[in-house]
Design a binder for this molecule. Structure first.
Ligand SMILES: *Cc1c(COP(=O)(O)O)cnc(C)c1O
Length: 503
């Protein structure tokens, strides 16, 4: 058996010979031939390299098989859980809202088999896809009717198309927002086929501006929540109720895109500044649009509540078919809405609500004890510091939530070497599980308001691994994917800590 000679003449064993090794039998059964063969090829490539460099290597079929097993062990899914220590609770680059255990269980139940997605169990006939949530949404917001699509951007396009294609929709210039880099209202209009009629100025739009813009082409008035910015100081916009009154006096639709989607007062607890779906309905809007994965803390979706006639027109639009949600989304949404019926219960069950509601002293105590462990066990220069968390996701841009973080200062040990704060943050991001932290004034900062209590042991393990692992380069680098993962999926620059709240 061969400690191979780097003489270039010796041949490496054939792939099929290696695949025939009994060592690989379990892996072939559990992981499949394609994955195992790819791992074997990767090892053979590596061996050729090592040979060329003159190292003595174990090129026996058994030796190659053993190495292939470690490659398979290390292989991870591309999309995997990450610990969010940015302090931004709804981080689009990190997948927004974590789901409640009840929502996860609901997904599990319908995912494994069939369900009555479009079957009316009572009469055996065809049912409406959204019927499982429409009643709950009506109860929670006061709306006559409701439906759900893939996300709120889709809901906006669909609403404009179904209610105003080929006609004009009046919007205040102060509300022509761009949210999260790709939701730009003028472009949404273009896709919908409705025409945007801008009125007023960036900081002031009066009711009379809307009134003067109404003509034979007008179909609707749209109010858009500016979500990720605020105009403070000399500014003015009419109340929703005034816009609704004006719209209805002229036979127009009144549409309210509230974006973040607080359901009603106290949902989530402590949120009083955000517009709510219930208030939009109470003010008479024909349609209120919001995201399922922002303040509601549910799955990604676009929720539409309002008058039966408006929802009916939306549901028969062909675009509805392209934007419809699947059984997994509906299962998670229904479970989340059931929790939201009792806000005090939901505050402990919907993770986003718990993170918003956690008392500052509790977060501080967690930061203190984590810093203590990092100091005493790992010798890190770690201390608890006051921090500011944000809901993010286009919600509550101005108001910070008092939080606490662990700040780690120089020296930063990364696998036995002293490195910069950027290298330490990178090693955390490439670790297992990946940890996304902030960098601030030379420190690596871990905000604990966005870290679940149950995630703390894994957070600690990940930091331990970075400090103690004396092995080679980070795992994610070995397959060449590590470097590119620095850029978040939505282009969020996580290297700077992802501090920018993305909608
Ligand atoms: C976030 C947001 C959207 C887009 O919602 P998605 O669910 O991300 O598609 C649209 N409008 C407003 C006002 C928002 O805040």
């Amino acid at each position: 058996m061969g400690l191979g000679q780097p003489d270039g003449r010796r041949r490496l064993p054939a792939v099929d010979t290696i695949l025939g090794q009994s060592l690989l039998a379990d892996a072939l059964r559990d992981r499949g031939r394609v994955a195992v063969r790819a791992a074997v090829r990767a090892v053979l490539d590596q061996l050729r390299l090592e040979w060329r460099e003159g190292s003595a290597v174990d090129a026996s079929p058994e030796g190659v098989a053993r190495r292939a097993l470690t490659v398979l062990d290390r292989e991870r899914r591309n999309l995997r859980p990450v610990i969010n220590a940015t302090g931004i609770l709804l981080h689009t680059g990190l997948g927004r809202a974590p789901l409640a255990a009840e929502a996860i269980e609901a997904i599990r139940e319908v995912a494994a088999g069939y369900c009555n997605l479009e079957l009316d169990l009572a009469d055996g006939g065809r049912g409406r896809r959204a019927s499982s949530v429409a009643g709950l949404l009506g109860e929670l917001t006061g709306a006559e009717a409701a439906t759900v699509v893939n996300n709120n951007a889709g809901a906006t396009v669909l609403a404009l198309r179904a209610l105003a294609a080929g006609r004009e929709v009046i919007v205040s210039r102060g509300q022509l927002v761009e949210i999260g880099g790709s939701f730009r209202l003028p472009e949404i209009f273009e896709v919908s086929g409705a025409r945007l009629r801008e009125v007023g100025t960036t900081n002031r739009t009066r009711l009379s501006d809307y009134r003067l813009a109404i003509g034979p082409e007008t179909a609707a008035i749209l109010r858009v929540h500016p979500s990720n910015y605020r105009i403070v100081g000399f500014s003015e916009t009419p109340e929703l109720a005034e816009l609704v009154q004006l719209a209805h006096a002229h036979g127009l639709w009144a549409i309210d895109d509230i974006g973040s989607g607080a359901l009603g007062p106290g949902c989530p607890p402590g949120e009083h500044d955000e517009p709510t779906a219930a208030a939009g309905i109470a003010d008479g809007a024909d349609l209120v649009l919001f995201s399922g994965d922002k303040l509601l803390g549910g799955p990604q979706c676009g929720i539409m509540v309002g008058r039966r006639e408006a929802i009916g027109r939306i549901e028969v639009d062909p675009l509805m078919r392209a934007l419809r949600v699947d059984k997994l989304t509906l299962a998670a949404l229904e479970a989340t809405l059931r929790l939201a019926r009792d806000p005090s219960l939901a505050a402990g069950r919907i993770p986003l609500w718990s993170m918003i509601a956690a008392p500052a002293r509790e977060v501080h105590a967690r930061a203190e004890s984590l810093a203590e462990v990092l100091r005493s066990e790992l010798g890190l220069a770690a201390r608890p510091i006051p921090s500011e968390a944000y809901v993010g996701g286009g919600s509550l841009p101005v108001r910070a939530i008092a939080s606490s973080a662990v700040a780690v200062s120089r020296p930063f040990p990364v696998r036995g070497r002293v490195e910069s704060e950027a290298a330490f943050a990178e090693a955390l991001r490439l670790g297992d599980p990946p940890v996304v932290a902030r960098i601030a004034e030379g420190d690596v900062v871990l905000d604990l308001r966005s870290v679940g209590r149950d995630e703390e042991p894994r957070l600690l393990d990940a930091i331990r691994a970075v400090c103690q692992d004396m092995g080679g380069p980070a795992t994610a680098r070995r397959d060449g994917r590590g470097a590119s993962s620095a850029e978040g999926p939505a282009g969020t620059d996580l290297r700077s800590g992802g501090r920018k709240a993305r909608a």
